[in-house]
Design a binder for this molecule. Structure first.
Ligand SMILES: C[S@@+](CC[C@H](N)C(=O)[O-])C[C@H]1O[C@@H](n2cnc3c(N)ncnc32)[C@H](O)[C@@H]1O
Length: 125
């Protein structure tokens, strides 16, 4: 996908290309204030504890991969977030929202991206 041209972000093309070409499983400094560590890992195997401020959960939808929208997976994300950490997803399904609440998140609906009426933001309390 040609994000650089669509977003008219030509001056960011070097950083953009670097993000996509650097090797997995090791940390890379992309700009002075941005580094990345790409981990090739199943969600089911994630066991980080209080490691992240923010999770963008961009899994295929619950209709296609229901096993990724369960309390078990949201518990992993809850544990992986720091206190007050945020999990966002384009999904706004009631069952997803209820699973997030069941594992301890405070959940709010937000206006969705283009083409989606709503999305969810879950905060670790
Ligand atoms: C909608 S795509 C997200 C693409 C991603 N945002 C990107 O820009 O490359 C969903 C991704 O989830 C990955 N996936 C599917 N099952 C998974 C699992 N059990 N654990 C981790 N990733 C999984 C798929 O391979 C796919 O790359």
């Amino acid at each position: 996908m040609n994000f650089i041209s669509v977003l008219k972000a030509e001056k960011e093309s070097e950083a953009f290309n670097k993000i996509h070409s650097v090797s997995w499983e090791e940390k890379h400094q992309v700009t002075d204030n941005f580094s990345i560590l790409k981990r090739k890992q199943f969600f089911e195997d994630i066991d980080d504890v209080e490691a992240f401020n923010l999770i963008y959960f961009d899994a295929f939808g619950a209709r296609v991969q229901p096993e990724l929208w369960t309390e078990a997976i949201f518990t992993k994300m809850y544990n992986a977030l720091k206190p007050n950490g945020i999990l966002v997803t384009y999904s706004a399904k009631g069952s997803v929202r209820r699973a997030m609440i069941a594992v301890g998140f405070a959940v709010e609906r937000l206006p969705g991206p283009p083409g989606k009426r709503e999305m969810l933001r879950a905060i670790k309390k």
